[in-house]
Each structure stands twice: as structure tokens, then as C-alpha cells.
Design a binder for this molecule. Structure first.
Ligand SMILES: *Cc1c(COP(=O)(O)O)cnc(C)c1O
Length: 397
């Protein structure tokens, strides 16, 4: 939490046992295909998709991940500083990045452009180290990476640096544009382009340790794409990367995060009362309102505001036992709070626990339900969870 003060009226419970078990499930998905078994790199970028970088990374390692992956250099360095000793790959940086620090921390580094190789080589020379590099190829995503046409010249430079002892080309890697649509024609086309890049690198003199292409969706749905290493992120946290195909349970995954809050104010209001900014919601009967102390500054999407009947808001589980029910946010999500219409017979009181999302096994709302309510993907819900919401870790072993 950003202020380090221990009180907050809401919290994100992160079940580390779920993360361990999800990684074990992913390792089973990556288990021998045609006699070959792929390792698992748990992607822990963006504060482990909002779950907390270091505790999540430790749990992933306990679950069997032999690699950790981060977009940002700062995240990779934080893992090392916390004492994680396994292989780490970091892949997103701009000219002038502190690559010497990356090499000193024994972190593998992606190179996605000629300038990046130049800077890695300079850092290796300056620090007296050999950089382990993974060449990122743009096989069709149209994002980071070298286009295939640029590869031959690039490989010549990389292999020359390898001969000089400054780098070791240990990986070729790429990323899919349509991994969540496993039969999309671009998937096989990207794999063909990837295979050609691997052959080119090997012929140029690279001794590849890992070829890797699969994110969560490809890990779960497309064994042909596993190669030597899979790079799941979302699935590590128990969320389905292919919600239109199947939920997490179908893949042996369990959502790790539960977001809960304590009701701040509970009060009765008459029918016809406007609720929250611009009165986007109006009560239709004498009823009870409950104020939930979470808002868009905590990462609750304002797009999940509710103006019945045309646009129900994001779901919140209220009550326990027979009184348990899932309500939709009433009116605008504000910066720090949102409102529920608890109904005329509500027994809830200030201080009672409500759940915005959890593992869904009790029929309660999930991260995916919030993504649907906000017109986005589950990734955005957990990664945007506010820094000020405390993470409480369960299931430590
Ligand atoms: C984020 C990321 C991943 C993980 O993707 P998921 O869809 O969360 O599994 C894998 N590889 C790269 C390059 C990424 O940026």
C-alpha cells in the first residue's frame, strides 16, 4: 500500500496457494508433448498483474516455474533484490536503459532492435560480463521485435558479439496476435515464421537454449506452440485468457484474488431518490443504500457504473448464507466510493463485508464479470487495482 499505514476499509486477498496450484496446472499443460517438455516462465510484470510482485513470484517458483518474466527492468531488479535466484527475463526498455545493472544482476535480456544489441554489447564490455540475450522476432504481432527481413544482418552482429564473449544468444522468442483464437490462420503463420527464424539463428551459430512463443492462451489451448518454454501470465493468477471458450475451472485454474470491502454507510431512502453523481440511478421504491469504500482511484472501472435498466453496473456480493445476493452498482462509480441499492428488506449494517470479486466457486462475481460489465478484459481489472488497496496474503506455505 502506497502510504504503508495499516488501515484501509477494503482489501485484496491474494491466495498464494492458488498461484502455486495454477502454476502446477500450467506445468502439467506444458508437460511432454511429442516427448518434449516445456519449462514454465511465470510472467509477473505489472506487480504480478496486481497481485503483488514478490509474494506472487515466490509462489510461482514454489509451484514449479523455473523462469520469471517481467516487462520492466525495475521489476526484474526487484525480484533479484528480494532474493529470487532463478532465471529472469526482462524485455521492455528504451535507449539509455541501465543494462549494466541488468547484467550485474544476472538477468537475461531481450533484444528487439539493432540499437538494443549495441547497448547490451556496450554494457557487457563495460561490466566485464557476458549478456544472455533472447532475440525478439516480430512474427506477425506488429509490435516489438525484429521483422524477419532484418534478421540476417542482425544475427551476423549478434554472433560476432558472441564470438567476442560479450553475448550469448540463448533464446529466440515471439508473441502471438491471436493466441485467444487458437484456430485463427495467423497462429500457424506466425509459428512458421518463428520456425524459420529459429533455423536462421541456429545456422548463424546461435546455440539456443530456449525457443518460446506461448502466452497463457497458447499454453492452455495449443500444445504445438509450447516449444522449450511457455510464458503464461494471466493464467498464473487463475483467470481464463479465453473466456469465450472456457472459464478457469476447465483448465484446472482458480482465481487467486478476492476483492472485498467493509460497508461504510448504510441508510434508508425513499422511492425516487437520486443516487451518486448526476443521479444516473434513481431508487424505484423505499429502500436501503450501502456505500462501498472503493472507487476508480482503487481501480474500479467507472465504465462499470450502473444506470438501470439499460446499463447494470458491476456486480457486488452482499450478505451471507440465505441472505447472500449479487447486486449491481447503483449509479456512478466515484473516485473513492460506489453505492449499492440493498433493497427494502436489507439486514446489512455498516461494517459488513461485501465482495466485488472472488474465485466464483460460491456463485459470487468474478474478475471476468467485472471485465464484462466494464467492456474490457480481465487483465485490466487486476492490473489496475489501486496501489492503495492493501494486499493480504493467504495460503503461505
Ligand atoms: C504479458 C506477456 C505475456 C503473458 O501473457 P498472458 O496473456 O498474460 O499469458 C507473455 N509474453 C509477453 C511478451 C508478454 O508481454
Amino acid at each position: 500500500m502506497s502510504t504503508n499505514y495499516p488501515y484501509y476499509p477494503a482489501r485484496a486477498l491474494v491466495d498464494l496457494a492458488a498461484i502455486r496450484s495454477n502454476v502446477r496446472a500450467l506445468a502439467a499443460h506444458a508437460a511432454p508433448v511429442a516427448g518434449r517438455s516445456a519449462q514454465v516462465m511465470a510472467v509477473v510484470k505489472a506487480d504480478a498483474y496486481g497481485h503483488g510482485l514478490v509474494p506472487s513470484a515466490r509462489a510461482a517458483v514454489r509451484g514449479g516455474a523455473t523462469w520469471l518474466g517481467t516487462a520492466q527492468i525495475a521489476e526484474a531488479l526487484a525480484l533479484r533484490a528480494a532474493g529470487l535466484t532463478g532465471r529472469i527475463l526482462t524485455w521492455l526498455y528504451a535507449p539509455g536503459a541501465p543494462l549494466g545493472d541488468v547484467l550485474d544482476a544476472d538477468i537475461d535480456v531481450s533484444v528487439a532492435a539493432p540499437w538494443a544489441l549495441t547497448e547490451v554489447v556496450a554494457a557487457a564490455r563495460e561490466r566485464g560480463r557476458t549478456a544472455r540475450v533472447h532475440i525478439k522476432v516480430d512474427t506477425g504481432l506488429g509490435r516489438n521485435g525484429l521483422l524477419p527481413a532484418a534478421l540476417p544482418a542482425f544475427l551476423a552482429g549478434a554472433v560476432a558479439a558472441q564470438s567476442a564473449g560479450l553475448v550469448e544468444v540463448v533464446g529466440i522468442w515471439s508473441h502471438f496476435a491471436f493466441a485467444d483464437d487458437p484456430t485463427h490462420p495467423t497462429v500457424l503463420a506466425q509459428a512458421d515464421t518463428f520456425d524459420a527464424a529459429v533455423r536462421l539463428a541456429e545456422r548463424a551459430g546461435a546455440h539456443l537454449e530456449v525457443r518460446h512463443l506461448a502466452n497463457s492462451a497458447a499454453t492452455l489451448t495449443n500444445p504445438r506452440m509450447h516449444y522449450d518454454l511457455v510464458r503464461p501470465g494471466l493464467a498464473v493468477y487463475g483467470l481464463s485468457p479465453v473466456p469465450d471458450l472456457a472459464g478457469p475451472q476447465a483448465y484446472g485454474l482458480r482465481p487467486a484474488m478476492t476483492l472485498e470491502a467493509s460497508l461504510a454507510t448504510v441508510k434508508t431512502v425513499p422511492a425516487g431518490s437520486g443516487v451518486s453523481y448526476a443521479h444516473a440511478y434513481t431508487t424505484t421504491q423505499d429502500t436501503t443504500l450501502g456505500v462501498v469504500p472503493l472507487g476508480y482511484a482503487d481501480g474500479i472501472p467507472r465504465h462499470a457504473s450502473g444506470s438501470l435498466p439499460d446499463h447494470p453496473g458491476g456486480p457486488v456480493r452482499v450478505g451471507t448464507g440465505g441472505a447472500a445476493r449479487t447486486l449491481a452498482v447503483a449509479g456512478r462509480v466515484c473516485m473513492d466510493q460506489l453505492v449499492l441499492d440493498l433493497g427494502p428488506d436489507a439486514a446489512e449494517q455498516a461494517g459488513d463485508r461485501v465482495v466485488l470479486f472472488g474465485d466464483g466457486l460460491d456463485g459470487g462475481p468474478t474478475v471476468q464479470d467485472w471485465a464484462d460489465a466494464a467492456g474490457t478484459i480481465s487483465y485490466e481489472i487486476t492490473t489496475r487495482l489501486g496501489d492503495r488497496v492493501p494486499r493480504v496474503y493467504l495460503g503461505q506455505d
